[in-house]
Each structure stands twice: as C-alpha cells, then as structure tokens.
Design a binder for this molecule. Structure first.
Ligand code: GBH
Length: 470
C-alpha cells in the first residue's frame, strides 16, 4: 500500500479521527435521553433522505468499548467526539446520571487505551425542549448552555483536558434557522442571525466559566471555506465572493478573534436589525482568548452573483433544494460549476484550498491561536469487495492529498498542531441520512458490523510510521 505521507511531522503532531453524538450513538430514547432537535426534525416528512433518523445510528452507545478498541488498533492519538445535551440534561432539567455515566466510561476507556479525549460540547443536537422555548433564537439558551457545560465539566473535568464549545456554529444557525435544511428546520432569517449571535455568546460564557474552573485547553471549531469568485474580472462575482466570505467565515472569525462583527457583514444584513441583538459587553465576552481554533474543511466555494443559466450543473446547495437560503442578506448568491472532480456530496476536490486557507488565517489574524484541522474527509460510493475488503481508492487519494496540503501549510509557516479525519465510522449524515458514507471504517447498516476500509488501514499505517519518526 502506498503510504499516505512520507513527510516528517512536527513533534507531538496529533493524529485523530472525529465523530458526533447524534450521528453515531443511537439509543435516542434510552437511559433517560430525550429528543434532540435532530430526533424531532428527522421524524418530519421529507426532512431527511428516506426518512432516516438518528434513533439507532451505528449503535455506538452500546458498542462503545468495541469502538474504542478499534480506535486503539488504528493507532489514533486522539478521538474527537461530542456530548449530547439531551442525554446529559434531558429536557434541560436536572442532570441525568445514566447519561453522564456513558461519557465518563467513554473517557475512561479512551485514557486506558492511551487516546486523548477531545470533547465537543455542542454538535448541533439541542434538546427539543429548549427549541420549544425559542431555541438559539432566544438569548436565554446561551445561559442554559452554560449550565449544561458546567454539569459536563463537573463530571469529566478531572480527566478531559481539551474542550471545544461549538462545532460549526454556521451550520447550527444559518443552515438550521434560515435554510431550514438542518434541524430545527426553520426558515426565519432574523432568527438565524439571532442564533448566530447567541451561540457566540454561549461560547464566550463557557470559555469564561471553564477557564475559571481550570480547564487546560479551550477552543471552538469553525467550518471555513475559501470563497472563490467565478469570474475574478467581474465586479458582481467579486462582490459575491466578498459577501460569502463575510457571512461564512468572517462573521465567525472576527467576533471570536477580534471582538467585532465585520463592517461589511453588518451592512449586508442591515435589513434584519442584527445590531439590536448585541448588548453591551457581549463582544468582550465572545472574544476571550482561546487556546486553539479547530478548522473543519471539505471544499472551496466557487461563487457568482449572477443567476445560473437554466439547466446548468451546480453544487447541491440548500438554496436549490429548498428555495430557502442560508446566506442572510445575500440570498442571490449562486454556485456555478468549477469543473473540478467531486465527491459523492457534490463537493469540489481541491486540496490546495486547504493549504491556502490555513496559511491565510495566520496572515490575516495576528492573534490566531494554534490550529487543528478538526475535520477533513470525503464521502464516496464505497463498494464492498467480495473478498470482504473496502477498496476505497478515492478516499485514500483525497486524504493523501489533503494531508499533504496540511504539511505544505506548515512548511509555509502555519501553526497547525493536529489533524482529525472525518469520520471514524460511516454514520447518520444529517439531512442525507445514511446515504453518504464518510467513514474510514465501514458500517453494515443491517448487522451494524464494522469493517476497516483500505483508507483506515492506510491511515493506521501512516500514524504508526509517523509516530516512529518522532
Ligand atoms: C461537517 O459539516 C459536520 O461537522 C459533520 O457533522 C458532517 O457529518 C460533515 O461535515 C460532513 O458533512 O449551504 O450549500 O453552501 C459539513 C460542512 C459546510 C457542509 C457548509 C454544508 C453548506 C452547504 N458543511 N455546507 S451550502
């Protein structure tokens, strides 16, 4: 098997893999867990492909020890997982001992296996009961999140060193509350902007709280993309790229790192009275120093300000699927084809984009903390070979080229300290249900049996040999 990388990596570079609670755990109504917005949303007709739900997912809740053993066999140095709020504080009421116990056992298993637990407090699964009081559009949710984080820290703070507040607040605000493609499925642009600000506020409140309680490493994960103008000589496309960069990247980076919302973003959303949501002191709370920034990256966005010619091929955006746009204030954006190879998600493959992004962040934000690539990976139509193996050559090529791009970014001066493949296991891919497989381990959805794909073998071999270089 050709190695994924032959490069030398910095000492202690952290190789891991990532998952999220709602995508793998199942046991959606066991041991006191109540509905999250994803349980509720997935039951609505047409919300997910084939009506798939997270009810069983890949049954990680019951197979956790076996899954940790698998991580150990793969040689993972770290495992990035998320905690389900609706399991720990069902209905946002008192703490559920059985829910806490699951994560406590997981952390013990990981430590026993020599794997660093990398914990995310929120990966999109708000308790449905909290949504029913307004969800993230309600400022109060930020304070309820702080109470939930406090409960998780009380249970795990003695063993978990790395804490991430949010995974991709962009998705859980703009895609959940404006495009309606993710839970809670609302199509209310101003509620989406409120969700965005309240998640930032919740992040800041939790950084302050956990800092005070002695947490070692605190950060957040953003999904960041390069906004590439379809025609760089066309002012309309340049403005489209500027707008996309504002609402997709800078509306998150600037409050967190610079304590302000970008002026052009404020201008773009002017019609929604966004600034009325910001109270004195909020930006100071939001911009407290963090110890790392997680970067999830899958693809660039090739964007235009012109309508697409009828019948032209384009990316699969929520705009086209639901006629509701996540780009509040810039609803006219369109995504023509860039002519690149695509994954099964319809996402362009352009590894150089990851290098450019990581390098650009360092250049644009002097106060940038160390970076970790907390998600990168690809969905393909995996075929199970009669020999029992999964020869996922496209995923291997994707990982090899993106890992090389991370190495190139480090060579160019970017301070990147680790890389997590998305995902450890095939899983519930949100609105796509079980249709799209991102795992380096295959899951048979009838038997729930796990089979390491060739990409998993290649990744294990790489971690083993790059560990040997240290
Ligand atoms: C990650 O997000 C998630 O963290 C993870 O749970 C998920 O399984 C994984 O990626 C694979 O999807 O509005 O048309 O411009 C995905 C990154 C970035 C995908 C924003 C959707 C918006 C498409 N997301 N993108 S559009």
């Amino acid at each position: 098997m050709t190695p994924l990388t032959e490069r030398e990596w910095p000492d202690g570079f952290l190789w891991g893999s990532a998952t999220a609670a709602a995508q793998i755990e199942g046991a959606a109504h066991e041991d006191g867990k109540e509905d999250s917005i994803w349980d509720h949303f997935a039951r609505q007709p047409g919300a997910t492909a084939h009506g798939d739900t997270p009810e069983v997912a890949v049954d990680h809740y019951h197979r956790m020890p076996e899954d940790v053993a698998l991580m150990k066999r793969l040689g993972l140095a770290s495992y990035r997982f998320s905690v389900s709020w609706a399991r720990v504080k069902p209905g946002d009421r008192s703490v559920n001992p059985a829910g806490v116990d699951f994560y406590s056992r997981l952390v013990d298993e990981l430590l026993e296996a020599g794997i660093l637990p990398w914990l995310t407090l929120y990966h999109w699964d708000l308790p449905q009961a909290v949504e029913e009081t307004g969800g993230w559009a309600n400022r109060d949710t930020a304070y309820r999140f702080r109470d939930y984080a406090d409960a998780v820290y009380s249970a795990l703070g003695d063993r978990v060193t790395h804490w991430t507040t949010f995974n991709e607040p962009l998705c859980s605000s703009l895609i959940g509350y404006a495009a309606g493609e993710h839970a809670p499925g609302r199509r209310e642009p101003r509620a989406a902007l409120a969700a965005l600000h309240h998640q930032h506020l919740a992040h800041g409140e939790v950084v302050a709280l956990l800092r005070g309680r002695g947490a070692e490493q605190l950060g957040i994960t953003l999904n960041l993309t390069n906004a590439i103008p379809a025609d760089p000589s066309d002012p309309v496309d340049l403005d489209a790229a500027r707008r996309l960069d504002a609402i997709w990247n800078r509306a998150f980076l600037e409050p967190l790192l610079l304590g302000r919302y970008p002026a052009d973003f404020l201008e773009d959303v002017r019609g929604h009275d966004f600034e009325a949501l910001i109270r004195p002191g909020d930006l100071e709370t939001i911009a407290q120093p963090i110890d790392f920034l997680g970067v999830n990256h899958y693809h660039d966005d090739f964007v235009s300000g012109h309508p697409l010619p009828a019948g032209s091929a384009s990316g699969l955006t929520p705009t086209e699927k639901t006629n509701a746009s996540p780009f509040v204030g810039s609803e006219h954006l369109s995504f023509p084809s860039r002519g690149l190879p695509r994954t099964a998600m319809g996402w362009d493959v352009n590894p150089a984009g990851l290098r450019e992004l990581l390098v650009r962040l360092g250049a644009e934000y002097p106060s940038l903390p160390p970076l970790y690539v907390t998600e990168n990976g690809a969905a393909y139509e995996d075929v199970l070979d009669p020999d029992g193996g999964v020869h996922d050559v496209e995923r291997i090529a994707y990982l090899r080229d993106h890992i090389a791009a991370v190495g190139d970014a480090i060579d160019a001066g970017a301070d990147v300290r680790g890389y997590f493949v998305w995902s450890l296991l095939d899983n519930f891919e949100w609105a796509w249900g079980y249709d799209k497989r991102f795992g380096i381990v295959r899951v048979d959805y009838d038997t729930l049996e796990r089979t390491v794909k060739d990409s998993g073998l290649a990744y294990a071999q790489m971690i083993g040999s790059s560990a040997a270089l240290r």
